[in-house]
Structures are given as C-alpha cells and as structure tokens.
Design a protein around this ligand. Structure first.
Ligand SMILES: Nc1ncnc2c1ncn2[C@@H]1O[C@H](COP(=O)(O)OP(=O)(O)OP(=O)(O)O)[C@@H](O)[C@H]1O
Length: 269
C-alpha cells in the first residue's frame, strides 16, 4: 500500500530497577498497535498523557527501536537497518516546542538549508553551492508558511513561538516529505496562534498533497485537521473511526469519556 502501515507494533522502554537483584523492569509503552495512514489522508492520534502516542511517532521516525511489529512506508520497511533510513526520507516530523527544535545560534536560513546538506536528494538545483539560490529557495519556503523574506536572516530568539513553529514547518517542507508527523505541534502556542498554525497545516496538506499524522490530546484540533481518528489508551489502540463517526457515535467507553471531558472543558471555558 502507499502511505504508512504500522502493524502489531510493540515498544518497550527500560523501567525502574526492581527486586533485591535490582533488575531493570520493562515499560510497555505501546502494545500491539496497528494503524494505517493512507497517502493523502490525515489521521489524528489522540489519548491521555502517557498513552503511547509520541512513542508511535518516535518508532516511525527511528528514534526508538520497537520490540516487535512492523512499520512500512510506501511498501518499504522502515525497520530494515539497510533500507529503513532511505525509506524514511519521505517522512518529516514537527515537534511540540519549536524553540527547542531550532538551534538558537543559527539563522533561519542556516537551519532550513542544513536539511539539504543532510538530504541532498531533496535539495533544489544549485542550493548547496550557490548562496543566492539557497537564499531564494529559503525565501520561497518562508513564503509558503506565511513568513517574510527578512526572517531568513533572523535567529530563533528574535521570533515569536508561532513564527518559530512556521520555520519548523518550512524546514520540514524543505525535505519534500510525503508524510508529515505533527507531535502536539500547536499545544505550546497561544490559542489565537494555534488556530493560525493549524490553518496553515491544513492548507499545506491540500497544496502539497501530503498525508499527515497529528498527535494531539486536543479534540478541537482533531475536528479541524483530521479525516480519521485513532484513540490510544495505556499503550493500546482502542478505537479508530472517521472524525464524524467518532464524534457522533463513539463505540468505546474510553472514547465517550474523552469526548465528554472535552465538552466539560468547552462549557467551563
Ligand atoms: N525514554 C523513556 N524511558 C522510559 N519510559 C518512557 C520513555 N518515554 C516515554 N516513556 C513512557 O512510555 C509511556 C508512553 O509515553 P508517550 O510519551 O509515548 O505517551 P504520550 O501519549 O505521547 O504522552 P504525552 O501526551 O504526555 O506526550 C509513558 O508511560 C511514559 O512514561
């Protein structure tokens, strides 16, 4: 299939030492999860804190090695030590805190263009050798995320949180991904800025024909961006359905709890 296919994924972390021998226990952060994100599809992964959402993303981008299961992208295994890194080139990820994912001492231009040093396949012609072409290509990406050309010269401390997240999105786009993973990509931003950045992601998805995996605890985000929702609880996937179906006819008790907690929050806000 084209797109992302996660099958029966289990990921464990070393836990605290236990017993008189001080053996390390294992924390099963993700247990037997299967999830597809078809090409062009936007899937939201929701669930309470600690339910394993970010661990799934980390396994997809190779930041943690699963204990078992398989992860394929466009039919190629991402877990294969030889082919995996190459197959993963079609995937980019944006994190929660844009400031900590950008180097504060490097200009925006340097941060974006280093993506092309790491992945020459994604580099537009000439950008690695011709400074003017590099600047033009960076400015073009900044334009796509709604930032002015003069941002290229600035460093992250001179930018707002929303601008930094736009830079992170531009840097992700520089890699010409087919799948963008957004791990709580707006939750660290002010509410008004959250809406603008979400809107940007929705429009980028449309213009670039990307598939997206949105990790979020915010069901409001889900409504805005996703076609389908997968609900995680304590490391397991408990329900997966189209957005409309999930909101109107949730099947699992835990999904109903999540939805009613979100309604309570809206009412008390
Ligand atoms: N590096 C690690 N070492 C040990 N345990 C970890 C590590 N990272 C995560 N965990 C544990 O794995 C489980 C799943 O964590 P994970 O971050 O994937 O959940 P999450 O749903 O993304 O939560 P949050 O929304 O708070 O980020 C949690 O019990 C967490 O404490």
């Amino acid at each position: 299939m084209t797109g992302l296919r996660i099958s029966d994924l289990t990921v464990t972390y070393p836990g605290p030492r236990t017993g008189s021998l001080g053996r390390r226990s294992q924390v099963e952060a993700v247990r037997g999860v299967s999830l597809d994100v078809a090409s062009d599809e936007a899937v939201a992964l929701v669930g309470e804190s600690g339910s394993g959402k970010s661990t799934i993303a980390r396994a997809v981008v190779g930041l943690v090695a699963p204990a078992s299961g398989s992860v394929e992208f466009d039919g190629a295994s991402l877990l294969d030590p030889r082919g995996g890194p190459r197959a993963r080139r079609g995937i980019a990820m944006i994190f929660q805190d844009p400031r900590s994912s950008l180097n504060p001492r490097r200009s925006v231009e340097a941060s974006i263009s280093e993506a092309w040093q790491a992945q020459p396949d994604a580099a537009p012609a000439g950008v690695r050798t011709d400074p003017r072409r590099r600047r033009d290509a960076v400015v073009e990406l900044l334009d796509q995320v709604g930032l002015d050309p003069d941002v290229a010269r600035k460093r992250p401390p001179a930018l707002s949180g929303g601008q930094c997240q736009r830079v992170s999105i531009a840097r992700a786009l520089a890699l010409k991904p087919r799948l963008l993973i957004c791990d709580e990509a707006v939750s660290a931003l002010d509410v008004s800025v959250q809406a603008q950045v979400l809107q940007l992601l929705v429009s980028i998805r449309r213009t670039h024909g990307l598939s997206m995996l949105f990790i979020t605890h915010d069901l409001g985000v889900v409504r805005q961006v996703a076609d389908r929702v997968a609900v995680m609880r304590r490391g397991e996937l408990v329900e997966s359905a189209g957005v409309q179906t999930l909101f109107t006819d949730p099947q699992h008790d835990y999904t109903r709890e999540l939805l009613s907690a979100a309604v309570d929050l809206e009412v008390s806000a």
